[in-house]
Design a protein around this ligand. Structure first.
Ligand code: 5GP
Length: 115
């Protein structure tokens, strides 16, 4: 079984966080260190360390992450001007927390790289 990170504690509400969406497959919460006016992390509730570890059985959760990103982008008023979805993988990708997460960032022109 994959090792838990701080994100599992956030899912279970064992530590404080600003959760903006949660269902049976995914959880979304505000990044503790926002790099843009809107910066939300969308994660599967199941511990999946990296994109390399995604299995066919995880496809529903992965699809839900995109559906929730679309909804939250609209809720945050980002949809028309645009936003960025980023998933980092392993050290060259700059991944710090080994629980798959999609960054939803927007609210200003983002430039070529951000995360
Ligand atoms: P990564 O570099 O792994 O793609 O991104 C990890 C993200 O998780 C970073 O943007 C970091 O600010 C965020 N983060 C790390 N620890 C916490 C935490 O305890 N709470 C919240 N809300 N975000 C966290």
């Amino acid at each position: 079984m994959a090792q838990e990170t701080v994100f599992s504690k956030i899912i279970r509400k064992e530590i404080p966080s600003d959760i903006v969406y949660q269902d049976e497959l995914v959880t979304a919460f505000k990044d503790i260190n926002p790099r843009a006016p809107s910066h939300i992390l969308i994660i599967p509730n199941k511990v999946i360390p990296t994109v390399n570890d995604i299995e066919v059985e995880d496809e529903a959760a992965m699809g839900r992450m995109f559906s929730v990103a679309r909804k939250l982008a609209k809720d945050e008023g980002l949809a028309d001007d645009g936003y960025r979805l980023v998933i980092n993988c392993n050290s060259h990708g700059g991944q710090e927390i080994y629980h798959v997460h999609m960054h939803l960032v927007g609210g200003r022109p983002l430039g070529p790289m951000l995360l």
